[in-house]
Write a protein that binds this ligand. Sequence first.
Ligand code: ATP
Ligand code: MG
Length: 568
Amino acid sequence: MKFSNLLIPTLKEAPNDATLPSHIYLIRGGFIQGVGSGLYNFLPLGKMVLDRVRNVVKEELDNAGAQEVSLGFVTPASLWVESGRFEKYGKELLRFKDRKDNDFVLGPTHEEMMVSLIKQTVKSYKQLPLNLYQINLKFRDEIRPRFGLMRGREFLMKDGYSFHNNEEDMKREFALMEETYKKIFTRLGLDFRVVEADSGAIGGTGSKEFMVLADSGEDTIVVCRSCDYGANIEAAKSMPYVQQEEAPQGSFAKFNTPDVKTIDELSSFFKVNPYYMVKTVAKKALYDGGKEEVVLFFLRGSDELQEIKAVNSVNANDLVDISSDELEQFGLEAGFLGPYNLSNNIKTVFDNSLKGAMNLICGANEKDYHYVGVDLKLDKDTIIDDIVSVKEGDKCIHCGGSLCYTKGIEVGHIFQLGTRYSQPLKAEFLDENGKIKPFVMGTYGIGVSRLLAAIIEQHHDEKGCIWNKESSPFDICVIVSNVKDEKQSEIALQIYNELKAKNINTLFDDRNERFGFKMKDYELIGVPNAVIVGKKAEEGIVELISRDGQAAREVNISNIIEAVTNIV
Ligand code: ATP
Ligand code: MG
């Protein structure tokens, strides 16, 4: 295609809200255009890249035996009510009514729709297994849409759902999808890690995320320096910590601690390691039907509460902060909270590391007082769970190696769902013995539009984007140095026509612009290779360069088509 005919509105400046390279270059390169918060138009270049990425995803999934379908974007709310997610999904779910006052949602994910499709079409185990997917728009009314395509409100997702006779077969497909996803992200040239994950609002048990390693990633992932263990911080585990420092000795007593409120203050007041203090974090837990309750989470003073683990420990939809005024209404004194003398309407959760813990210091639930010499005796009804964040330097549960943090962009997530949706939606089939059973399911997502951002976060320089062979909008770019030089233009046009005839997808920069200007656009757009037709063309020589700066060589015009064919 000729640059002069294409709509590629490259820009010198990025909008103010663009801070990440991917956001800046996708806008400046004329790939996308902002429409509103978290909403984007795809311009011709952006659509080309999106289609190419989508195609890699489709090819690998089709190869693995999955079948593409396309489900309605607008979904009847009744399905969501049946699955119990109409309320649980919270404010990200865009709900609306039609003219007849019927409730609908814009699909943020399609478990309900897909289960309903299968329920109407699959009756027997003979039709199983099945893996159906779509690559379609999703809408999530994200609280903080940002970073361009990274976190949009409207975005393109590949969502797949598999249906099985039994758990074992679902696990086989889950493993196949893990391998398929690895192929997809490898083809796209991404440096990624597969990590253990929390299953969030979608529910289910085993789940894994595919994280593209990038400093700008919004997810913190925990990785082992010695083995290949990796997990999202929301799900990461480590070996129980062994404290070397001796515990403070002393018998149980109430101690006056005027105005000593934080763990740090307490630690210097008693000269005791925070490990031996009980940290109490008060939160309000929100449940279905508007139900709320105050929850006190108890952990060691040296640990931090991990909010997702904490939400899961009480099966809540969300946890929100609670003010000291609100605490007072429950007879609680901020800064002096602890596990004793609590009224019945307050829920408590203890971290695993406090099970059987002794010689502790904790708040007395009374202003200016703490207890010392506390040996915790938790009865069997107490909720004891893993509610703390793994810390850097903690030991790996698999090999004892040292754990550290890194940042990742979540580009894929696969879940072992089981019967989480088929049961409430009564999606059942007849098994080999004529017994009625709910389908056992897996679900598999890829953030297709987010992938564009992830690719650029990993592959860019100070000049712009660097796409690879699989994602680039064009295979090659032919740039005429000086269009006013007839000979140059003629040679360039001939090269362009020959490449086109060989089905090589070529961008021909034929614009009547300065060479430097055209090179800047080439570097911004990021096609992996270019043929430059310049002064030496008259002598029969052109230059073949690579966008990553790794290669630049002079090639005889008679060999250029072959040279290009070899690299693309
Ligand atoms: P996140 O934790 O980033 O909000 P999620 O866990 O809610 O994502 P999933 O429900 O697992 O997302 O959706 C599948 C995939 O869709 C994700 O792995 C991600 O790549 C992509 N995705 C999710 N939310 C967005 C968004 N707001 N914008 C672009 N892509 C998204
Ligand atoms: Mg996810």
